[in-house]
Design a protein around this ligand. Sequence first.
Ligand code: SIN
Length: 531
Amino acid sequence: MREYDFLVVGTGISGLSFALKAAEHGTVAVLTKRKSENSNTAWAQGGICCVADPKDSFESHIKDTLEAGAGLCNNEVVRTIVESAPKAIDQMMACGINFDRQDDGKFALGKEGGHTQRRILYSKDTTGKEISNKLLQAAQECSNITILEDHFVIDLITTEKLGIEGENSIVGLYALDESTGQILTFRSNTVILCTGGCGRVYLYTTNPNVATGDGLAMAYRAGATVANMEFIQFHPTCLYHHDLNNFLISEAIRGEGGILIGKDGNEFMERHDPRGSLAPRDIVARAIDHEIKRTGEPCVFVDITHKSKEYLSERFPNIYKTCLSVGIDPANDPIPVVPAAHYQCGGVQTDIDGRTSLSGLYAVGEVACTGLHGANRLASNSLLEGAVVAARALDNAVKNKSHKKKISEQTIPEWTSGDAEDVDELVVIYHNWDEIRRLMWDYVSIVRTNKRLKRATTRIQNLRHEVQEFYWNFKICSDLLELRNLVETASLIVNCAQLRDESRGLHYTLDFPETQNSSPAQDTVIKLQKE
Ligand code: SIN
């Protein structure tokens, strides 16, 4: 049994920012199911919001965030995070993270959909990689931090699961060490979930393979409250190409003048919103979905051909190079794009300090629902949220000394595999994996109906039974664990969607096309019912 003061799950901006601060107060283990650099953060292209131009203001950033969030943001959370941005950026730079600057030394500022001002700090079009590399390097150099790669967290261990009376609290977790196949027990009174989102629950996504809703599913199974999972953000512009199907064409391209056009070469967004190609993502994604269905074409295009090769290869080197590698020259050819699942706006419900409903369990970043994003996330607000809330979660844990509490004496049972056999037919796992992603795409994506949600529920129930059977009868492997978490996540998305009898932000249903004007708007909140 291994014991640490802090257990962090995930190596994105939230997990590493937390770990670096926590290391000043105790021992930290950072567990990640693959390699440390496999995170959603590392894939972020756009950047991180921070008011840095004298023409801009916190009030303006707050207003844009609230407007995108369609009445469901928590105002206090929005204000705190927006106003904390300059400090968070200073701390990131102290870790060696570089953001691009203009010739006069001031930050170069990008723009994306829903922003009325330029306020996005970036590092070319690989901002996430710059952040991830520098934080990882700092964590690797820190003697109090142990990074455990290929450690897949299976489930959280709580006092309730151990049959201990009183407030349900975290006491540790079980993790599969993939290098040995052993299941290890980790003890700690402070666990921080920073596992990112769940894009892989959909057939088409901009997310890396690791985004399978793991933290969300395990927190839910442990009894934590989950909120607003119906709000899945579809990024309007994922590259449409048969050799490369999850490559993001950053919204920053539209921020620099890229225009959405149809196959006929005509701009179409003006017909849908006066902000045109830079309207918030929910509006743009729905408009593209509408155009694709109307014209029968498989995709639309982003046209940035008015910019030179020199400009594009300097400002967007990664996008430019990747497009060229599949025969598209963005300086000459409009880039074919389709919407794809991109960001989970709901998640494990937390306060502004990352505290969940379970004592000792924190959730930070995409896995969490703090109230910042409401019904639709404003572009590039999420890296900021990760950095700000991670720092606050650490302060909270230290203040409450949860990591210092003596871990209860009673023994946490080691994991037993019983009579479980090696998985004999992996085909079942892969089939179910494909089925869940396809059905979520067909029934629970950009435009929903009651009928489609009902169909999805029936299918998910069947899949859940099969996965459970597999889980109990066979030895655990990472594919099975991911499938189990994907099914749980799909079920939470559908359940939340069924609870919302209106269209709002990213949740659009033909059965309730209007937004209810109840004030304040209500979150959809779900908690595991005890049997
Ligand atoms: C993008 O670069 O378009 C993505 C940025 C974000 O999702 O915040």
